[in-house]
Write a protein that binds this ligand. Structure first.
Ligand code: NAD
Ligand code: ZN
Length: 258
């Protein structure tokens, strides 16, 4: 199948499916300028994310971890949703039955949902993602259950200047899931339910190395429903995809979903 035929086949599969599970990863934000962990620009001051995005790293050196998150927040704030995020948001607002599950913490799906909803004069909620890994635009307390939106600049010059909980005074932390931590149960339950009901699955920009996210797409395939993969590189899903569209999200999603 050439690319044009594959695109048409994928369009049809998604259009015919009453319920679609969409799973996205770091790749969908690459064209917005947010580095993927494994790609170029994924390192910060020689640290690997695996050594910073852990509860142990935060317990040992919260200043260092907050400094890294401050840098990442700044990166993301300077980025904007790309044509891929926007095509997906418009598609979700224009039809029923799509559930978006993301591993991204950059809030670009949320921003695309608001942009698309404003353009259409509607409500962004049908295009908001289920966030498996939290959001870097939120904070939560390390002691009590306080959590809030928050992406103000962080002063990480000393432990004393780090953000503190307004309720109990303990250190605040980024509201993201770190390596070795459990995922938020409500998000997992909603993603799981969507995977059990989906008539088709669309995977964009995830290598498929991180569980349980990859498992949601695989659960749809196990039920013999079609899978469409959009990614410029090889992924763990390629062998089970009904259609693999080799290309970037910004180039492929507008013609696929438009
Ligand atoms: P990954 O780094 O394992 O895989 C990224 C995938 O994106 C690769 O398959 C790559 O080929 C593909 N890709 C690269 N450019 C692309 C483009 N323009 N369009 C479409 N695809 C493209 O990412 P992952 O599977 O999401 O796992 C990484 C983990 O790191 C996740 O847990 C995630 O939470 C976290 N993370 C998040 C962000 C973010 O929020 N933007 C960024 C880095 C890492
Ligand atoms: Zn608290």
């Amino acid at each position: 199948m050439d690319h044009a035929a594959a695109l048409e086949r994928a369009r049809l599969l998604l259009a015919e499916a009453p319920r679609v599970l969409v799973l996205t990863g770091a790749g969908i934000s690459a064209e917005s300028g947010v580095p993927t962990f494994r790609g170029p620009g994924g390192l910060w001051k020689e640290f690997r994310p695996e050594d910073l995005a852990t509860p142990e790293a935060f317990a040992r050196d919260p200043r260092l971890v907050w400094e890294w998150y401050g840098w990442r927040r700044g990166l993301v704030a300077a980025c904007a949703p790309n044509a891929g995020h926007l095509a997906l948001a418009h598609w979700m607002l224009g039809r029923a039955g799509v559930t978006l599950v993301t591993q991204n913490v950059d809030a670009l799906h949320e921003r695309a949902a608001r942009t698309a909803a404003t353009a259409r004069g509607g409500d962004p909620s049908p295009a908001l993602p289920i966030r498996l890994h939290g959001s870097i635009a939120r904070v939560r307390c390390t002691r009590c259950d306080h959590g809030a939106e928050g992406d103000d600049p962080v002063d990480a010059t000393a432990r004393e200047t780090l953000p503190a909980c307004p309720a109990c005074g303990a250190l605040l932390r980024p509201d993201v899931v770190w390596f070795g931590e459990a995922l938020p149960l409500p998000a997992m339950q909603r993603a799981d339910a969507a995977a059990r009901e989906a008539d088709a699955c669309l995977v964009v920009g995830t290598a498929g190395a991180v569980q349980p996210a990859a498992g949601y797409a695989m659960a749809v395939v196990r039920r013999r429903r079609p899978l469409v993969v959009v990614d410029p590189g090889p992924t763990a899903f390629d062998g089970m995809a009904e259609v693999k569209l080799t290309g970037s999200a910004g180039a492929v999603l507008p013609p696929l979903l438009g």
